[in-house]
Ligand binder design. Sequence first.
Ligand code: 13P
Length: 249
Amino acid sequence: MARKPIIAGNWKMNMTPAEAKELIAALIPLVQDAAADVVICPPYLAIPTAAELVKGTNIALGAQNIHWAEKGAFTGEISAKMLKEVGVSYAIIGHSERRQYFGETDETVNMRAKAAIAAGITPIICVGESLEERETGKTEAIVSAQTEKALAGIEAKDVKILVIAYEPIWAIGTGKTATKEQANETIACIRNTVKKLYGEETAEAVRIQYGGSMNPKNAAELMAMPEIDGGLIGGASLKAEDFSKVAKY
Ligand code: 13P
């Protein structure tokens, strides 16, 4: 069965609620005929505004993180239940910026992914190697281990419907995209890891995106690769025109 492509915009720490309103208003008509699933992940503060605006459109809403506890003494954190209530259906988990700057580990990624699933939110689990790891031939070992640890204890039925994003750290925000062959090959390795853990059916169902300097110019050739099921877009998701072109690659 063919996997439905999914294009998600990770706005990172950009856009006030007022700016978000403008961007979403411009985006709605531009992506209404997109064949792919379209997701935007604004900062938390803009989510309620975004939720109102995307109601009744083909744009789904995602968060950029999620805490593993339902509630409690975790200053500065946001729970899956809170996000669900305001209309969030996806959550990016374990982005390399969280791993690099905020001490995110494979274990916390796993806990956050499980909390998302328990609340009915689809995790977009990020994995990816550093430049040094790629240059020393460790890419496959790194992404396989990250995938296995992120999925630990998650049932096949849930793995089938979640999303994995392969984001080589060296390609994020650098303008340096992985070649379509590199992206395809590493995503195949991630799918193979899922196959070893869960079997063929689950591996064939799980959607795996590429992320890292994906833009209107390179989206079509990346999306034409058989293993690449979508994109996680940073910089190019902040302009309605650019993001819509990627979404309609
Ligand atoms: P850029 O598209 O800006 O390289 O960011 C990719 C990314 O990190 C998406 O999560």
